[in-house]
Design a protein around this ligand. Structure first.
Ligand SMILES: *Cc1c(COP(=O)(O)O)cnc(C)c1O
Ligand code: SF4
Length: 446
């Protein structure tokens, strides 16, 4: 490769002042970064700063918004109070107050540990979740951070040292023991954080056991990653980039499908040459790259952004997969869009691309009962409604059964919707495994 090996330089709230671009950030925005990054985790890197952010366009540049904390992510009273605590320089007070604000931000949204963490011989299997029959999620311990942090991240508690990390698996043993007994599982989705933060030899220790003949039922291995966008060097110039691609080839040689679930939030992430080279190198191994992202205010609430992302992706050989609705956690008020708007963005983008890009589905909410697709806002028997359906349900039989909620132009999440036509409940409600509304759930959205 003739692209010179770049050194991965991460920045956090303490070191960002050393970044060459720090001086380009106006004083009032810097204050926002300093104050809010006490509460919400912040991390970026030199590639993002140099290649993805348009510094002529801050603060509105979408990648700037995607990486840098902004004042209005906290409500105004909290911001001012936090700023005052930061000004005292008292570390203990800062940590205490930041912790208090985090608690208010629904750190563990809709779902839970006990509903999705499976058991084997009466014991919980660490680092795996199994919600939909055919797919097991796997959280390797060494993959629970990212090359940079998205400000919308719904996994943010794990980056501030919260106990969600307890989820992660040190090795593949629990996973393989579980899969050996669960022949119904066809897909393993390795996720994080970002599993591709790991060196190749570490990642291989998790993946290679799955290539053994006894796991013939595992047809598809997916790796969820943001590295394609934030650190494409991972596939091009990193010391073990080639080794990583050889690992991908071994997965394919073992007869499996390998899907790299690429978390692209904005077309700026797919424009740089090195990002396109990364994509082509991955695809050359026989793996697929699929594109997915939530739709977010300030970042990609624009059909043109999606059109460019999908069409560029398709041209390079990737497959548009999901558009999600941002979930109910963290700086939610900053990013959320009315469901109606999310639907409009989806439809406007979808109708402007060829069928090859219409493999995408959305907008979809990863809610407690399942992945709920918003399929439009028709008027039926004189009542304006949301047409909905499950793409995935806790009960597979719910899949693709149309159902309807009262139209609400302000609703931003599934839990704000109520049944249409005067019904008392949605068709699936008395079937939910209640009581115990879950404390948390790590659905796939990022
Ligand atoms: C989205 C998701 C999956 C994968 O669903 P697909 O529709 O197969 O992509 C699996 N488990 C959980 C918990 C999810 O949120
Ligand atoms: S949204 Fe995904 S890629 Fe971004 S910080 Fe969170 S886990 Fe990492």
């Amino acid at each position: 490769m003739n692209q010179a090996a770049a050194k991965f330089t991460p920045y956090n709230s303490k070191t960002i002042q050393r970044a060459p671009q720090w001086e380009r950030i106006p004083e009032e925005l810097r204050e926002g970064v300093t104050v809010v990054s006490q509460v919400l985790p912040f991390r970026t890197n030199q590639y993002v700063l140099d290649e993805l952010i348009d510094w002529e366009n801050i603060p509105d540049d979408p990648i700037f918004r995607l990486n840098f904390p902004h004042r209005t992510m906290l409500d105004d009273r909290d911001y001012v109070a936090m700023r005052d605590v930061v000004a005292t320089g008292d570390k203990r007070q800062i940590a205490l107050y930041a912790g208090k604000l985090r608690e208010q931000m629904n750190p563990h949204p809709a779902g839970q540990q006990t509903h999705n963490v499976p058991e084997l011989d009466g014991e919980e299997v660490q680092g795996i979740q199994h919600k939909y029959a055919e797919t097991v999620l796997f959280f390797p311990k060494a993959g629970q951070t990212c090359h940079a942090y998205c400000t919308f991240c719904f996994r943010w508690p794990q980056f501030v040292g919260d106990d969600e990390l307890a989820f992660a698996a040190k090795d593949a043993q629990g996973l393989t023991a579980y899969l050996a007994r669960h022949r119904e599982v066809t897909d393993v989705l390795i996720t994080g954080g970002d599993p591709l933060i790991m060196r190749t030899n570490t990642l291989a220790r998790y993946i290679e056991p799955l290539l053994a003949p006894e796991f013939e039922h595992i047809q598809n291995i997916r790796i969820g990653t943001k590295s394609v966008a934030y650190w494409p060097q991972r596939f091009v110039t990193d010391q073990d980039a080639d080794e990583l691609l050889r690992l991908f080839e071994r997965v394919i040689a073992a007869g499996k499908h390998l899907a790299i679930m690429g978390h692209y939030n904005h077309p700026a992430e797919i424009r740089p040459d090195i990002a396109q080279t990364a994509l082509k190198r991955i695809i050359a191994t026989g793996a697929n790259v699929r594109l997915q992202s939530p739709v977010l205010k300030h970042i990609n609430d624009d059909p043109a952004a999606w059109r460019e992302l999908w069409t560029t992706g398709v041209r390079l050989g990737a497959i548009p997969y999901y558009m999600f609705v941002e979930r109910d956690t963290g700086a939610r008020a900053y990013f959320e869009l009315p469901l109606v708007r999310a639907y409009e963005v989806f439809r406007e983008a979808y109708k402007s691309v060829s069928g090859l890009a219409r493999t995408v589905r959305g907008p979809s909410m990863s809610a407690f009962p399942g992945k709920v697709l918003i399929d439009g806002t028709p008027t039926i028997r004189g009542e304006k409604v949301f047409a909905l359906q499950f793409l995935q349900g806790r009960d597979p039989d719910w899949t693709r059964r149309p159902f309807y909620a009262k139209y609400d132009p302000h609703a931003t999440w599934f839990d704000q919707l109520t049944p249409a036509f005067g019904d008392q409940e949605f068709f699936f409600e008395n079937a939910l495994p209640l009581p115990a509304r879950p404390a948390r759930e790590l659905a796939v959205i990022s």
